[in-house]
Ligand binder design. Structure first.
Ligand SMILES: C[S@@+](CC[C@H](N)C(=O)[O-])C[C@H]1O[C@@H](n2cnc3c(N)ncnc32)[C@H](O)[C@@H]1O
Length: 360
């Protein structure tokens, strides 16, 4: 299934959220099977602390954190039970069977693959579990040329593309001078150029920290009019000239890579006009949703390190720079949040109309 942008945008966020969650459910099933095959569950015949499990299973030094995340993920899906607290102990649920079969139609909607078996999850999660006892490092690392194709594939999965397209739609309705922050390999810039309503007017500026991705995206957008990419680090004030000269900005799949988001919000307060919009999409949060432990385990394999925040933290960070939350929807622990610029840098808590998760 290869949906056009318009077909994708006709899907309601609640439906895509269900599809996304089914995809994660299939992830838990692969984790469970890998744990079974690699003897992880055998070690948990009696309740064990993480330290006891690490010692018995021969977990490599430096991988105790991954081992703990794995136990938390197995606990979330029901294959392992937590016994007591301080320290928690984990025990295998001997009669555990995955609760119901995976709905392949939802998997198709979320991922474009015809069945969950095609996802390659068994390979990647199999490696995470099998490599607990090896010193080797991250599964997918670094925003550089050697990983560009892999990142590209991930960023074109329908559920991810959907979140980016919703941001594109919001931005183009705000105006035609638009920023794509952490613009990656240029997919979002092309979508902005494709969907702009500004006729021959406007410009699309990408800001990206990775020199390799700047190069890849410059090639990809070479034929797109009025598009340019500048190398820049969102953890520093942006060197773009002008004040209040953009109608909107989006930051897709990257908020969690910022250790400090203050410079980014301050740059937005300077560059985005009052009434303009800043849209965060596919931002990894700490929500406690069903997928949290699985996604935590996945991000623990990656470099650079991610910093998931709570919803309240992000609203406060935006509020300090004068942005109020206007709309949001959620794919489990991934948030999509649109903020409006008030022009009031002291913050204006509560001034926005916020909707419930998964609504528009
Ligand atoms: C998962 S990719 C998302 C790319 C693009 N937004 C998309 O959705 O197609 C994350 C991107 O964030 C960029 N990034 C991470 N930290 C950054 C920073 N401090 N400043 C600018 N870009 C950053 C990475 O180089 C990478 O291109």
């Amino acid at each position: 299934m290869n949906l056009t942008d318009d077909e994708l945008l006709r899907i309601r966020p609640e439906r895509m959220a269900s599809a996304y969650m089914e995809y994660r459910r299939s992830g838990y099933e692969f984790i469970y099977r890998a744990a079974l095959e690699n003897g992880v569950l055998d070690e948990l015949g009696a309740p064990r602390t993480v330290a006891q499990f690490v010692a018995r299973h021969g977990v490599a030094s430096g991988k105790a954190v991954v081992a703990e995340l794995l136990l938390e993920a197995l606990n979330r899906c029901g294959a392992v039970r937590r016994v007591g607290n301080r320290p928690s102990r984990f025990s295998a649920v001997t009669d555990y069977v995955p609760p119901r079969s995976i709905d392949d139609e939802l998997i198709r909607l979320a991922t474009g693959k015809s069945s969950y078996r095609e996802l390659g999850y068994s390979g990647s999660f199999g490696r995470v579990v099998a490599s607990l006892t090896h010193e080797e490092k991250h599964a997918l690392s670094g925003f550089d040329a050697s990983n560009a194709d892999l990142w590209d594939q991930g960023m074109q999965l329908p559920y991810y593309r959907y979140a980016r397209m919703c941001a594109v739609r919001t931005l183009v309705s705000a105006g035609s001078d638009l920023l794509d922050l952490a613009s990656g390999t240029g997919l979002g810039l092309l979508e902005l150029a494709r969907h702009t309503t500004g006729g021959g007017e406007g410009r699309f500026v990408g800001v990206e920290v990775s020199p390799d991705f700047v190069r890849v995206s410059a090639e990809r957008t070479a034929d797109a009019p009025r598009t340019r990419i500048v190398q820049g680090d969102l953890e520093q004030p942006l060197a773009l000239p002008g004040a209040q000269c953009f109608d909107g900005a989006m930051l897709v799949g990257a908020y969690h890579y910022l250790r400090d988001a203050t410079p980014m919000w301050q740059s937005m307060a300077r560059l985005v006009r009052t009434g303009g919009v800043v849209c965060l999409a596919m931002a990894y949060f700490r929500t406690g949703s069903y997928d949290q432990e699985l996604v935590d385990l996945r991000y623990a394999q990656r470099n650079p390190v991610a910093h998931p925040r709570t919803r309240a933290q992000v609203i406060a960070e935006a509020g300090e720079a004068g942005f109020v939350l206007e709309r949001e929807f959620w794919f489990g622990c991934f948030g999509w949040l649109a903020f409006r610029a008030t022009g009031d840098q002291r913050g204006s808590e509560g001034a926005g109309m916020t909707s419930q998760p998964n609504s528009r």
